[in-house]
Design a protein around this ligand. Structure first.
Ligand SMILES: Cc1cc2nc3c(=O)[nH]c(=O)nc-3n(C[C@H](O)[C@H](O)[C@H](O)COP(=O)(O)OP(=O)(O)OC[C@H]3O[C@@H](n4cnc5c(N)ncnc54)[C@H](O)[C@@H]3O)c2cc1C
Length: 452
């Protein structure tokens, strides 16, 4: 018996030593849209990577939760967000091709991820200059109603004299499905021969003697282990600040998580069933929508229920509130006012669409709290770290502060992060413009301005 115990002890020691001794090339922490995109882009480049995610393979909380995000491309000349959306579409096509490679039939398609549909933007007359700027030399296909007669003629809409409407039409603008995209990214990572470890929560991240020491707790068994890596990508969404406090402490000042709410509304069935097919089609082709006002009401069709009624996802980009406890905020219920706000704004849009649906005709299907990680300028970071000697540390990249714009550019952010990790560059003007808006030089300036 004693011998057996001794033998087991030796084996266990050997196992734990081998885990400690192996040094990974690159560890990506966080398997939401950003970490998964970065891990995929690194896999595409032929790198050995390990992706670590604290949740199980089914994603149940985080900024990427859900089945619909607006994917829009329209922007003013040389807009980095248009570039990021279009680059992400191109990169997603590569992913789909890769996933279908070697298969007897095409199992994956862009339509699994994107639902192409017109994107409607509602502005007020006071924003005329912004609208003109947006449309000046615009290459994407759009239609514009600058007054109520044009809105009626072009879109069948009933708007006031002070409202302007733009509708964007482009392949792969409309909505994208983060749940499906994450699943396909993970498949691509594994098909490239790389590993994804789920249920692994990183509890400490430190750099010692030029190597990252990553302490991990298994969320299922509670056991702890430490892994080593030459390079790290932090993509922990709202948790980035806590995760990187020892290696890049300034990020907790520069990225602030805020709570938002999402309501899911349905039109009551007695009302929906009496709409004509033309009215149902008008409703369908009028989503997604964004009111570019002080609250930024946005809404999209998340999916259809079993009786084919649309489930409308509704939120307000600027209706953000402080978070007391990041781990518990996801469970916070919506207030009556938040639900009412969602219904009133939805009914207001239906009135503009000339559809006979009032706020009392809407039922609240569900709702949940969500989190944005915000930078001061609302422009995300994809950046290397700056060390104590104010030098760039290219062994560490953070991708975060994605606010409400990240999803549509997911794979483009991942591509830039992967390029930073590998020291790759790309001379295209827009790539350089995006890199300098998101990247390390900008981070240096922002660090300088902390507490000023
Ligand atoms: C309500 C809402 C609406 C939005 N609407 C749009 C939209 O219409 N269009 C658009 O383009 N974008 C939109 N966005 C933005 C987009 O969804 C986000 O930018 C994107 O999902 C951010 O992804 P992420 O990977 O950075 O974060 P997350 O999805 O939060 O991923 C971080 C991951 O890291 C994991 N993690 C955290 N800490 C640890 C740890 N210690 N160890 C291991 N794993 C860890 C988490 O479990 C999580 O899976 C919206 C965002 C929200 C919240």
């Amino acid at each position: 018996m004693k011998r057996l115990i001794l033998l087991l002890t030796v084996i266990l020691t050997l196992i734990s030593c081998s885990t400690e001794d192996k040094i990974e090339d690159i560890v990506v922490i966080g398997g939401g849209l950003m970490g998964s995109s970065t891990a995929w882009e690194l896999s595409k480049y032929g790198q050995n990577i390990l992706l670590i995610e604290q949740q199980d393979s089914v994603y149940t909380f985080g900024s990427s939760l859900g089945e619909a995000r607006i994917s829009r491309s329209l922007g003013p000349k040389e807009d980095i967000f248009s570039f990021l959306q279009q680059t992400s579409v191109k990169e997603t096509k590569h992913l789909i091709d890769f996933l279908n490679r070697g298969e007897l039939q095409e199992l994956h398609s862009m339509q699994d991820i994107y639902t192409t549909s017109p994107v409607t933007y509602v502005y007020s007359q006071s924003q005329l200059k912004d609208v003109e700027n947006l449309l000046d030399g615009q290459l994407d296909r759009y239609e514009y109603a600058s007054n109520k007669e044009e809105a009626e003629e072009k879109f069948g809409m009933k708007i006031s004299d002070t409202t302007l409407v733009i509708r964007e039409y482009k392949e792969y603008t409309g909505t994208l499905n983060p749940k499906v995209l994450i699943k396909k990214l993970h498949r691509g990572i594994r098909k490239s021969g790389n590993r994804i470890n789920y249920n692994q929560k990183v509890t400490s991240l430190k750099k010692e003697d030029g190597v990252y020491k990553i302490k991990i707790k298994d969320a299922k068994t509670g056991t702890n282990k430490t892994i080593l890596s030459k390079k790290v990508v932090a993509a922990a969404g709202p948790y980035n600040g806590t995760l990187v406090k020892d290696v890049a402490p300034y990020f907790s000042d520069l990225i602030n998580p805020k709570r938002l709410f999402l309501s899911f509304l349905k039109i009551k069935s007695d009302k929906y069933n009496i709409l004509t097919s033309e009215q149902k089609n008008r409703l369908r082709s009028s989503y997604p929508v964004a009111y570019i006002n002080s609250e930024i009401f946005y809404s999209m069709i998340e999916k259809y229920d079993e009786s084919n009624r649309p489930i409308l996802k509704v939120g307000g980009h600027f209706l953000r509130t402080e978070i007391e406890d990041l781990d518990r905020v996801w469970k916070k219920e919506l207030t009556e006012q938040e639900i009412l706000w969602s219904k009133i704004n939805t009914a207001d849009y239906f009135a503009k669409l000339d559809l006979p649906i009032k706020s009392t005709d809407l039922e609240f299907a569900k709702g949940y709290s969500c989190v944005y990680s915000l930078t001061e300028s609302e422009i995300p970071y994809v950046s290397q770290a700056i060390n104590h000697s104010i030098e760039v540390d290219s062994s560490f990249v953070l991708i975060g502060g994605m606010s409400g714009v990240g999803a549509k550019g997911s794979l483009a952010y991942g591509l830039i992060a992967a390029d930073f990790v590998l020291g790759n560059d790309n001379n295209s003007l827009m790539y350089q413009k995006a890199k300098s808006a998101l990247g390390t030089q900008r981070l240096m300036n922002d660090i300088d301005n902390i507490d000023k």
